[in-house]
Write a protein of this length. Structure first.
Length: 69
């Protein structure tokens, strides 16, 4: 898996910060990759579980910060 942050060529692009994740095969999944390597690097990958009551608020916060999945 490659994680790449595009360079900020101007202020507009800097304000639209983002991160691209690219797999080396079209039939690979990011979850299978992470599950395979988490054993060797337990502090590198972690899962955050939110209470169901927080779902709406969390989505609003992510949307406010232009984060989508």
């Amino acid at each position: 898996m490659l994680l790449w942050e595009p360079p900020s060529l101007d202020a507009r692009i800097a304000n639209q910060s983002g991160l691209l994740s690219i797999m080396n095969s079209c039939d690979s999944s990011q979850m299978s990759f992470l599950n395979r390597y988490i054993g060797g690097y337990p502090d590198l990958v972690f899962k955050i579980v939110l209470d169901a009551k927080m779902k709406s608020e969390a989505r609003d916060m992510l949307d406010h910060n232009n984060i989508s999945g």
